[in-house]
Design a protein around this ligand. Structure first.
Ligand SMILES: Cc1cc2nc3c(=O)[nH]c(=O)nc-3n(C[C@H](O)[C@H](O)[C@H](O)COP(=O)(O)OP(=O)(O)OC[C@H]3O[C@@H](n4cnc5c(N)ncnc54)[C@H](O)[C@@H]3O)c2cc1C
Ligand code: SF4
Length: 507
């Protein structure tokens, strides 16, 4: 089934396939498109859409953004086909036959799977310039190092791209202002506003089509921008209201605000509505013209030109099989609370998974230090966590989820990405959030009826995995703490009971 402006194919000699995560007229294969001779093709894969595991808002965002992009392309004078097909390769092949066009191009896809299926049907790739660092540039950089530390990469990026550097020296005399950042949430704070988006007929039509598919998560529209202009409005709102305090509260978690001072632009960076270069420019302008604080500006720039680029580059550098890594041999199934937050009395997890259900998004620290942390401590299979996160987050794509979950969240790669696991007991969550005050458990206790499961399992995890960490000097302090624990036997017994109760959905 196809829709959009009809044409008889006369004069067309090339198909430009545009994937749902490359929606930008200025980048990828569209940068040099010719309205007279190119047919622009978008394919909606039924195989993808019909899986009920997705969050409703994730599928809605992806499809509605693509449909809006079709109108943008038509306004710019292009011949466009939006096709629904069994899968992407089938859709492209159908159009090739229909228009008798052999020449199909697209920008390098962002996953191994799509790269293979498009190569198999003869699609040719142009470089993917949706990122600031090409795969070969990263390879050249990585070749000079034994381990690939994000901090080294980030400094190279700042210098190479000339962002917040002066004569090769970092702005403000330091590369990193972390010491000024990472504060807990203040009490009675006025968190910045997040304005919902106006919806239109396209948004509504996509919602009507999807509402009975039985997806997970709340059936709601308007939480996510589905056009470039609305994504730009969000960026402007962030710069105006949230950037100044981004640094101090970037790690804070609170039940009083779901977005805190975060930009909430990852979906748009990932589907092409925004480009990293314009985001960086907006932040640098705000620093120079509106004197936004350097600790926040640097902290944010680090996320975009550091973490985001690093994660994408590592996805390609570490190879196709990296997603199957499970070096800690974690075999448990996903905890029932991930599907249904009412299965848990743990206030942090109950609130955070309820938030994911409400909007398909939570910020970095809940993803890392609560969701991944509990899965890691219990010993849930990293692939089960990857599958869940890929399904429920609005900004999920393969290149970003695989390194973040396998390397960062689950430490399943014996430290190829991160030198030590991101694990903690309840003390960290208690310090950085307001969850513990309303909780049935006590973050300070590791044994007894009210012991916080994070605190019990943290010590048990170190004990269970100590042989994997003995040569890791960054784990020295934690393993030393373990040696000093007088009630380790009791902790181990309680940990077994805790893991069973969590797997049964009874804690
Ligand atoms: C287990 C786990 C899973 C994650 N899954 C995803 C995912 O599927 N998609 C995704 O875009 N991000 C993912 N992240 C990274 C990060 O959590 C999100 O990018 C961020 O929360 C998005 O919100 P924001 O736009 O407000 O980001 P901000 O905090 O405002 O940061 C600005 C931008 O920096 C980039 N960024 C920051 N950290 C990372 C990172 N670790 N990896 C890639 N980009 C980063 C994002 O583009 C983000 O929009 C994951 C992190 C973890 C620990
Ligand atoms: S006490 Fe433990 S389970 Fe409860 S909110 Fe705090 S960290 Fe979470």
């Amino acid at each position: 089934m196809s829709s959009s402006r009809q044409n008889n194919g006369e004069g067309l000699n090339r198909i430009i396939y545009v994937s749902h995560d490359q929606l930008n007229l200025k980048y990828g294969a569209l940068a040099n498109a010719n309205p007279q001779t190119d047919l622009i093709l978008l394919v909606e894969s039924e195989r993808m859409v019909k899986q009920s595991r997705w969050h409703f808002q994730r599928v809605h965002f992806i499809l509605s953004s693509a449909k809006h992009f079709v109108t943008e392309l038509e306004t710019a004078g292009f011949n466009v086909q939006y096709l629904t097909a069994k899968d992407t390769a089938t859709g492209i092949t159908e159009e090739k036959t229909k228009y008798r066009i052999e020449n199909v191009i697209c920008a390098e896809p962002t996953s191994y799977k799509l790269t293979k299926s498009l190569s198999d049907i003869g699609v040719k790739f142009v470089p993917n310039d949706f990122f600031l660092t090409s795969r070969s540039e990263f390879k050249d950089w990585a070749g000079g190092y034994k381990s690939f530390k994000m901090e080294d990469f980030y400094r190279w990026q700042r210098t190479r791209l000339g962002i917040l550097v002066d004569g090769g020296k970092p702005e403000g005399g330091k590369w990193n202002f972390d010491a000024d950042n990472r504060l807990p949430p203040p009490k009675n704070h006025n968190w910045p506003k997040y304005t919902k988006f106006k919806t239109d007929q396209i948004d509504q039509a996509v919602a009507d089509k999807l509402k009975d598919f039985g997806y997970w998560g709340e059936v709601q529209i308007g939480n996510w921008a589905t056009t470039r202009s609305a994504a730009l409005e969000r960026l402007a709102e962030f710069v105006k209201n949230s950037l100044a305090d981004f640094g101090p509260y970037e790690d804070a978690m609170t039940q009083e605000s779901w977005s805190l001072n975060h930009s909430v632009i990852s979906p748009y960076l990932n589907n092409g509505l925004l480009h990293a270069s314009e985001v960086v420019q907006a932040i640098v302008d705000a620093y120079k013209k509106q004197k936004r604080a350097l600790n926040s500006v640097e902290g944010f720039i680090r996320q975009v030109i550091g973490w985001r680029e690093y994660v994408n580059a590592m996805y390609w550098y570490l190879g196709e099989n990296y997603r199957f890594e499970n070096k800690l041999n974690a075999k448990h199934k996903l905890l029932p609370m991930f599907a249904d937050p009412s299965c848990t009395k743990m206030n942090c997890l109950n609130s955070i998974i309820t938030d994911v259900k409400a909007r398909a998004w939570v910020h970095h620290i809940p993803r890392l230090m609560v969701l991944s942390n509990i899965a890691n401590l219990v010993g849930v299979s990293p692939q089960a966590v990857l599958d869940w996160m890929r399904s429920v987050f609005v900004d999920a794509t393969d290149w970003v989820m695989v390194p973040n979950v396998i390397g960062m969240g689950m430490h399943a790669d014996s430290g190829q990405m991160m030198t030590k696991p991101y694990i903690s007991g309840g003390a960290y969550i208690s310090k950085m959030s307001d969850y513990c005050k309303g909780c049935a458990f006590d973050p300070k206790l590791r044994t007894g009826e009210n012991a916080c499961p994070f605190t019990t399992l943290y010590w048990d995890y170190l004990e269970r995995n100590k042989s994997a960490f003995t040569k890791n000097h960054r784990m020295f302090q934690q393993l030393n703490g373990l040696k000093r624990l007088s009630d380790l036997d009791q902790v181990k017994v309680q940990a077994q009971q805790t893991i069973k109760a969590l797997l049964d959905g009874k804690l």
